[in-house]
Write a protein of this length. Structure first.
Length: 570
């Protein structure tokens, strides 16, 4: 009889293991599959927004050999030093050239992988650090709800649908792998032997930093994990943990230093919002509540947000923002004592969003793409609250219905929002509805119309963009292109020269002034500008070709001796 009981128990255990594997596999596959399905329609979208600069006119991604790859890691051609993002574009170009399909597929694949990593991160953390004893059903429930919201929420559309959003999905990929490996490292309890899971974490941090500078938050998230889950952290000695933190900070400083050394830092920093410290602080106080509102009001999503600067502490919106921020911080400290997974969610949200909060002014109040990785904190909190509701039978049915309704709504809005990114005109027409009084939006729509030869509509929006912001260089560039197309070269020259007063270091204005000189037959002036651009920005918008054409024209119009003397000075 005893042997029969043993066999029965073993059979029952095997059955439970099979059920567990099936459930976990489904919990991973369903969100990942949804992430692919809802974004599958974007593969036929055109290049839009910053794709022209990063892909279409980027000669640095045209080759995939050792020399070209080395150049990506040592050049100074870009405002931000993000060589892994550029390398990913080079791989895409190798297979797809200028077909946007492949670039979109890459973004979708990374988003799908990130969705899987979100599930694994939460499940592993709860099984290894949070639950004692481990409860795989609860861990799977929290991870499933979090990963499915991460997969389908429309706030991710800009990061996934827009090819230029590659840095968001790429840095998040390495960030998530790094944190998972760090948990394994802590659970194992190794000292700072600088091998195994520790090395994986370190390499992932470096890769994440080389994909986007927001990865500076990673060491702080690692410290947060150790703070919230001390039982796991103490498997390594305190002195060993301090040594590890030192290594992370040291690598972080080296990477930031290289970024500053190998980047063009012009125009990175902007004036404080409102022109002063007080107005700037009162404005950025509203950022976190603004993002939380976007989470629950995805109908507000836009590529540009027209948020007024605040000048008084007693403005209702400022007071509300202060309350929300205070509740968030207080909620973190309360959760530290009562529910550490909620505390981790809040801490994750604050720390990963921190680099984009304009503490050092860079001029962009908010952007959907900045929420890609921070949004996981919201998802973790949602998963934890859902698990809490599922423990109570009275709330279980409501929780299930609410989950289905919310996920369905997210899918609907995401698919609809994807359509706004199908081409330049659709993108800017949708944006003009949410931010009609923003100069760059009017200019963006005007240039989009210009490229489709909708000339009268183009000049209307370009003029409006210039009126809204007389210092917007793009407005003058667009108007210059408009008059060049209309063959009114004198007017083109006048508006471009006016643009120089607004921005005397904008390379595009100089480029179109050179084009204007060429059309006016002033070949020396055109050649001089083309030559200067070619020296500072090799390969910029076929400048070398236009310089050759200009010099050829010049050689036909002036004596050889004069031409030879000009070439020597050039």
């Amino acid at each position: 009889m005893g042997s029969i009981k043993v066999e029965y128990s073993a059979s029952e255990g095997n059955s439970k293991d099979r059920i567990k594997k099936i459930v976990l596999t489904a919990c991973i596959i369903v969100p990942a599959l949804l992430s692919v399905i809802i974004y599958s329609g974007v593969i036929h979208h055109e290049f839009v927004y910053d794709d022209g600069v990063l892909v279409l006119r980027n000669k640095d991604i045209r080759n995939l050999n050792a020399e070209s790859i080395k150049k990506l890691f040592v050049q100074r051609n870009y405002t931000n030093f993000l060589p892994l993002r550029m390398l990913s574009y080079a791989v895409d170009y190798h297979f797809w050239q200028f077909n946007p399909v492949g670039y979109h597929i890459t973004n979708i694949v990374f988003h799908c992988l990130n969705t899987i990593l979100c599930f694994l991160l939460i499940y592993i953390a709860m099984m290894r650090a949070v639950n004692e004893p481990p409860d795989w059903k609860m861990a799977a429930g929290v991870a499933f709800v979090a990963s499915i919201f991460f997969a389908v929420h429309p706030i991710h559309v800009e990061s996934v649908t827009n090819i230029s959003g590659r840095k968001e999905v790429l840095y998040s990929f390495f960030f998530l792998i790094g944190l998972i490996s760090y948990i394994f490292h802590r659970v194992k309890g190794d000292g700072p032997k600088f091998r195994g899971w520790f090395i994986v974490t370190l390499l992932c941090m470096i890769a994440s930093l080389l994909s986007k500078a927001s990865a500076v938050a990673m060491p702080f998230v690692l410290v947060l994990f150790d703070f919230l889950f001390p039982d796991v952290a103490r498997r390594s000695k305190a002195v060993n943990r301090i040594q590890e933190y030192f290594v992370f900070v040291f690598v972080l400083c080296i990477t930031i230093g290289l970024n500053m050394l190998l980047s063009q830092k012009e125009n990175i920093f902007s004036e404080p919002f409102g022109g002063g410290l007080a107005s700037h602080l009162l404005t950025i106080i509203k950022v976190v509540p603004f993002y939380l509102e976007l989470v629950f009001r995805p109908d507000m999503l836009s590529i540009v947000y027209d948020v007024p600067v605040s000048f008084s502490l007693f403005e209702p919106v400022v007071l509300i923002a202060i309350v929300v921020d205070a509740v968030l911080v207080a909620g973190f400290f309360i959760a530290v004592k009562r529910n550490r997974i909620i505390a981790f969610a809040i801490g994750w949200f604050i720390l990963t969003l921190g680099p984009t909060l304009n503490l050092v002014p860079f001029g962009i109040f908010a952007a959907d793409r900045y929420m890609y990785l921070p949004f996981l904190g919201v998802c973790i909190a949602a998963g934890a609250l859902y698990a809490y509701a599922m423990k109570r039978r009275a709330a279980m049915a409501c929780a299930i219905v609410l989950l289905v309704v919310m996920v369905s709504a997210c899918i609907y809005v995401t698919v609809d929002r994807n359509r706004d990114w199908r081409n330049e005109i659709a993108l800017w027409e949708s944006t003009i509805e949410t931010a009609p009084n923003v100069s760059m939006v009017n200019v963006g729509l005007g240039i989009a119309y210009l490229h489709k030869d909708r000339m009268e509509e183009a000049v209307e929006y370009l003029e409006e963009g210039r009126r809204l912001d007389p210092k917007n260089a793009k407005a003058y560039v667009g108007l210059g292109q408009y008059y060049l197309k209309k063959m009114d070269f004198i007017k083109a020259y006048e508006v471009l020269k006016e643009g120089l007063k607004a921005s005397n270091n904008d390379i595009e204005i100089y480029y179109y002034i050179a084009m204007t000189y060429f059309n006016l037959g002033q070949y020396k002036s055109a050649a001089q500008i083309f030559s200067d651009i070619s020296k500072t920005r090799p390969g910029y918008m076929r400048t070398d070709e236009f310089l050759f054409m200009t010099l050829k024209k010049l050689s036909e119009t002036i004596p050889f001796d004069e031409y030879d003397e000009f070439i020597e000075k050039l």
